[in-house]
Design a protein around this ligand. Structure first.
Ligand code: ARG
Ligand code: GLU
Length: 722
């Protein structure tokens, strides 16, 4: 009896283990290679399409519905009239730019009721991949004149079309792919939910499961009358796409096949152990420490008054996003023993390559290079975190370093150069002046002083004596290493805290360079800025670049060896580089730490559970609460329950925001918008047990559009399958 029980248990356990193994698949795969590398596995996991349905250049395929949104997000077409969906946080800049106190679209949402109410967005593009091609042979053959080789490949590829082309290195320059793209330049805002729905949970919930926000916004691509991309014009019409996605109301259940199609930005899966050690032992802890200090100041200010909350909301979101990600990444890498695992991998690699003289010194070389790299990366990152988190006027005044330095050179130049320098100085001054309204709209002197007090001491103590710039060090010692004294002294003699003074200074300086520049030379903040930025730009950064270039060369060699020796045993994928990729996995919960188990979905009940009236992140509008009472979920519910978000095991990263999450039939079931923070080490090392992406259920998105926003006409424009 006991024995039988043991056997059953073992079998069950074995099944569980092997089941989890099959669920998650590491990798961001190249669409044109799915057929040879992934199709069988995808079908075994449940996919009912062929690789050709996903990527095909001869007929329409799913790829024609997936667009790069702006420069860093993904979006997808969901109607035959060019309707695009992406994340709320991807459309945030546009939504904000159309918002005012009278029309607060951020707070109350925005819905165009007809085409002519849709709002144009200067500079916003949506880009379709027309085709991709492996051009490794051609690039390698023309490597001696790389720039011209690439230029020629691109111009040949687009000759006689309105397309553009780029060539991108893969595998650290061991392969090259050419991408022909079609760039659409008239992309209009159609709709966005209120922030209390789209950003519900705010920074507190960012990177967190369980999650309860509908992170989506709706745009539309417009074209000229020939259905071709065109600059904004009133006469443009909605784009008639080659392909748009079907939207599924069929529901989702745990274990279902999912795939994410999008533009992941950057991963570093092949770093050597030495690099991972620098990240886990030095860089991430330091960045986290700097940001913990600045966030404490900003958050304390934000609860002081509404005015400060509004001023610092977007800054705190930006600082906190990476801060939280790094914490998850650090924890995840340590838990995985990532450095050890990398060492084992390196030993295995050396064993396979032991007869190849190209690799006999590689690890020794890495060791030596990373010895030089480590302190340089440390100070480089320290400076860059100082610029992000320390007093903001230091960064503001850094815009005047270049015009000042040009001014100092005027006496030594010939007449033509003097004329051009003067023109450039005036341009820089105008640009600086134009930036002031925006800067001071979100600025508070007292908060800024506190930032200097909190952040500079950490920098001085941590960056290492020899890396502190000369003047900063002198001032720090003069202040007897007292943060208050140092800060008060720096702020005591400066015009950079005062917008009107600065504007006047610009006007005066344009009349007389010498008078203005003399004043600048006595400004404490400008001098500090010139000193710290000077150290960074003229000393630390060039040194860093030298060693990093050597490291990248070795990475090219290392990667070549990995492809050659491990590529035979193991299917490999290139790091993310903002090009189109497919990740696949399954709908799946997870256990972030021992003793916990995360369910794979959340529901609208959880929103109301988190509701905190009047809170900046967890408030709800009356209309939402009213609808919640009515429980009118109709066809958007699953067994009477309205699902909000779900988890899946797709390998994703920044840039996958807004990516379509597709079911086994290639129908849209959700929009990717985040990862759980316990997963974020997947940029460096993926763990199938812990890596989950966070998706807003498309049925919740449609419910918000239909029932909350009264925009059923947009839902009706889609191709719904149920
Ligand atoms: N963590 C997500 C990403 O990396 C979402 C960020 C925006 N949301 C926020 N609450 N700050 O982009
Ligand atoms: N929010 C991220 C983005 O904007 C996606 C989250 C991630 O890093 O996976 O792309």
């Amino acid at each position: 009896m006991i024995r039988r029980n043991f056997i059953t248990k073992t079998i069950v356990l074995f099944f569980l283990l092997s089941a989890t193994k099959v669920f998650a698949v590491e990798g961001m795969w190249i669409p044109m290679l799915l057929k040879s590398l992934n199709e069988d596995e995808m079908k075994n996991m449940g996919l009912r399409l062929t690789a050709d349905d996903i990527y095909n250049v001869n007929t329409s395929s799913l790829k024609d519905a997936v667009f790069l949104f702006g420069r860093g997000c993904t979006s997808e077409l969901i109607s035959d009239k060019g309707m695009l969906i992406t994340n709320h946080h991807c459309g945030f800049g546009q939504i904000q730019s159309h918002s005012s106190l009278e029309n607060d679209y951020l707070k109350y949402g925005f819905w165009a009721k007809e085409l002519k109410e849709e709002l144009p967005n200067k500079g916003l593009t949506a880009t379709r991949i027309v085709r991709m091609e492996n051009v490794t042979t051609q690039v390698m053959a023309g490597m001696a004149d790389y720039d011209n080789t690439v230029k020629k490949l691109c111009s040949d590829a687009v000759a006689g079309t309105h397309y553009t082309a780029v060539v991108r290195p893969f595998y650290y320059g061991n392969e090259y792919y050419l991408f022909v793209t079609e760039v659409f330049k008239d992309v209009r805002l159609v709709g966005a939910p209120p922030s209390s729905i789209g950003v519900f949970g705010g920074d507190t919930d960012n990177w967190i499961w369980p999650r309860h926000n509908a992170d989506f916004s709706i745009f539309r691509i417009y074209v000229d009358k020939n259905n071709k991309p065109a600059d904004y014009s009133e006469s443009n019409v909605p784009y008639k796409p080659i392909k748009h996605l079907e939207v599924s109301l069929k529901g989702v259940k745990e274990g279902d096949f999912t795939m994410v199609y999008g533009f992941p930005g950057r991963t570093q899966e092949y770093l050597p152990s030495y690099a991972v050690e620098v990240i886990t032992a030095d860089l991430n802890p330091m960045r986290i420490k700097m940001r913990t200090a600045s966030l404490a100041v900003i958050r304390a200010a934000m609860i002081q008054s509404d005015a400060l909350r509004i001023k610092y909301a977007s800054k705190s979101a930006g600082i906190a996003n990476a801060w939280k990600k790094w914490q998850g990444e650090l924890k995840g890498l340590n838990r995985l023993n990532a450095v050890e695992k990398k060492k084992i991998f390196e030993a295995e690699f050396l064993q396979l390559a032991k007869n190849d003289p190209n690799y006999s010194n590689l690890m020794k070389d890495f060791e030596g290079l990373y010895k030089t790299y480590r302190p340089l990366a440390w100070s480089l990152e320290y400076y860059s975190e100082l610029f992000t988190n320390g007093a903001e006027i230091v960064r503001l005044s850094s815009a005047l370093i270049e015009p000042y330095e040009k001014y100092k050179l005027l006496t030594t130049q010939d007449t033509a150069t003097v004329r051009s320098f003067k023109k450039q100085i005036n341009e820089s001054l105008d640009k600086f002046s134009a930036s002031l309204d925006g800067f001071f709209q979100n600025y508070d002197v007292e908060v800024d002083k506190k930032l200097m007090k909190a952040v500079y001491p950490i920098f001085f103590e941590g960056v290492g004596d020899s890396n502190i710039s000369v003047l900063a060090k002198k001032e720090w010692l003069l202040a007897k290493m007292n943060a208050d004294a140092f800060t008060n002294n720096q702020f005591s003699k400066t015009m950079f805290t005062n917008k009107d003074k600065l504007k006047k200074w610009v006007e005066d300086t344009k009349k007389s360079f010498s008078k203005g520049m003399k004043l600048l030379e006595k400004d404490k903040i400008f001098l500090l800025s010139k000193d710290v930025y000077g150290k960074y730009n003229h000393d630390i950064y060039p040194q860093f670049i030298t060693v990093n270039t050597n490291i990248q060369d070795k990475m090219t060699l290392y990667m070549k060896g990995i492809l050659q020796y491990l590529g035979k045993k193991k299917r490999l994928y290139p790091d993310a580089n903002s090009t189109l990729r497919v990740s696949y996995g399954k709908v799946q919960g997870f256990s972030p730490v021992d003793g916990t188990n995360y369910n794979w979905f959340t529901t609208i009940d959880g929103i109301v559970e988190k509701y905190k009236p009047g809170d900046y992140e967890f408030d709800l509008l009356p209309k939402f609460l009213e609808l919640y009472k009515q429980k009118d979920y109709g066809r958007y519910a699953q067994n009477g329950v309205l699902h909000v978000a779900f988890l899946a095991s797709n390998h994703t990263t920044g840039g996958n925001s807004g990516s379509p999450v597709l079911n086994a039939d290639g129908q849209l079931i959700g929009i990717n918008f985040d990862r759980a923070w316990e997963s974020t080490m997947s940029d460096i090392m993926y763990d199938p047990e812990k890596c989950r992406n966070i998706i807003v259920d498309i049925r919740y998105v449609l419910w918000v559009m239909d029932k909350y926003a009264g925009a059923k006409y947009l839902v009706d424009e889609m191709t719904i399958v149920q």
